[in-house]
Design a protein around this ligand. Sequence first.
Ligand code: SDX
Length: 441
Amino acid sequence: MSDTSMDANGRNRTVTLTDNATGRTFELPVLSGSTGPDVIDVRSLYSDTNFFTFDPGYTSTGSCESAITFIDGDAGVLLYRGYPIMDLAANADFMEVCYLLLYGDLPNSDQKRKFEHDITYHTMLHAQMNKFYEGFRRDSHPMAVMVGVVGALSAFYHDSTDITNPRHRMVASYRLIAKMPSIAAWAYKYAIGQPFIYPRNELKFSENFLHMLFANPCENYKVNPVLAKAMDRILILHADHEQNASTSTVRLAGSSGANPFACIAAGIASLWGPAHGGANEAVLKMLEEIGDVSRVPEYIKRAKDKDDPFRLMGFGHRVYRNYDPRAKIMRETCHEVLQELDVGDEPLLELSMELERIALEDDYFVEKKLYPNVDFYSGIIFKAMGIPTSMFTVLFAVARTVGWVAQWNEMIEDPTQKIGRPRQLYTGPTQRKFKPLAQRI
Ligand code: SDX
C-alpha cells in the first residue's frame, strides 16, 4: 500500500500550490510507493481549491495504486510482481507468470499443477459459441471477431458475473485466460475456412494454442517445441504492462461495475489501435512498404518530418526512454525462430535490423529517446510462424488477458475504488438564448 511521504524532519511531506491571482496557498500531501516516483495526492484539490488538474493523455497522472507491474522507463526495467522480465522470460513459463500476476507470487509445484489443470479444463468453448463466428464475414478483421465473441461470453457465463463475489471473479478470470487462445484460434480458422480445432487437455498452454491454430482434421499435427517455447516466451513478454491504454480501458469499464467479459472486450477494442497493440501489425505493413534497405533513409526522413503523419511503427514509447527490455528478448527470440524455421535470411529481418541500426544512430531518435518497443520484432516472428498479419494483435490480446484480469481484480478489491469519472477544461460556448428555426439564417 502507499504511504504518506515524510520529509527530512519526519513530518508529513507536502507540496504547496500558490495561486498568484489571489495569493492563496494550498498544501497537497505527497504519497510514496515501494519504488518509483512519489505522487502528489490531488483527490481533494477540486473540493479545496475549485481547480481541476489538466493532463490529456495522462502523461503525468497516476490513475491508481497497483502492486502488479513496475516500469522504470529511463532504466528500461520491467518487473512483474518484483521479478525482472528477463528472469521470467528465461526461467518461467506462461502459466507460472499468469499465477504470479494473479496471486502476487510464483507458484510452488502443487500450486502450479492445480492452476494449470484448472486453466486447461476451462479452455473449451460452449458449443453454441460457433454461431457467433458465422455472423461475421470470412474476411472480417479477427480483432473485430475477438471484441464480439469475448463480449458475448457474458451471455453464456452468468454464473461468474457477480463482481462482488471473489469466487465469481476468479472463475471469470480463469475462463478468460483459458478461452482466449480457443477464441483466437477459431477466429483464424474461420477466416481461412478450416474447421475449428478443439483444445487438447494433454497439451501445455502454448502448445495447445499452436495446435488449435495449425492442426487440421486430416492429419496428425506435431507442435514444434522450439516454436511452442517461443510462443510461451512471447506471451510472457506481453502479459502485463502497468496502466497502458487497454489496461486503463479495462479498469475504467470495470469501475462502473460492468461484468468482466464486457471489460475485457473493451480492452481488446483499445488494444486494436495502431498506436498500441495494433503496432505489431503496422510494423510488418511498414516493413513491407519500405521493401528494401535502400529505402530506409527515405522513411527515416519521413518519420522525422512534422508535416508527414508517418511514424516509425514499433519505435517509441510513452514510458520507455530507453530500450524496451521486451524488445531485446523479442530480438533474440526472432533469431531463434528464424533459425529453427531455416528462414535466417528473411529479408524483413535484415530490413528491420538495418532500420533499427540507422534509427538508433540518428540524432532525431536519439534526442527524442525513441527506441524499438515490444512490437518491433513480434510481427517478423509471427510471420515466420505462418501467422497472418491480421492475427498479430489477436496474439497480443491472448497474452494481455491475464494482465487485464489481474488489474481488474486489483481494482475491484481496492477499498478506495470508485467509478472513474474525469472532468474537463471546457472551451465551448457559454450559455446562450435558444434561437427559433425561423431566425436561423
Ligand atoms: C505498445 O503503454 C504501453 O505500455 C503500451 C505497450 C504495452 O505493453 O501495453 O508497451 C504496447 O503500445 C507499444 C507502443 C506501440 N506503438 C507504436 O510502435 C506506434 C509508434 N509509436 C508512436 O506512435 C509513439 O511512440 C507512442 C504512441 C508509442 C508513444 O507516444 P507518446 O508517448 O504520446 O509520445 P509522443 O507521440 O508525444 O512523441 C514524442 C515525440 C513527438 O515529437 P515532438 O512532437 O515532441 O516533436 O516523439 C515523436 C513524436 O512525433 N515520435 C515519433 C515516434 N514516436 C514518437 N516520431 C517518429 N516515429 C515514432 N514512432
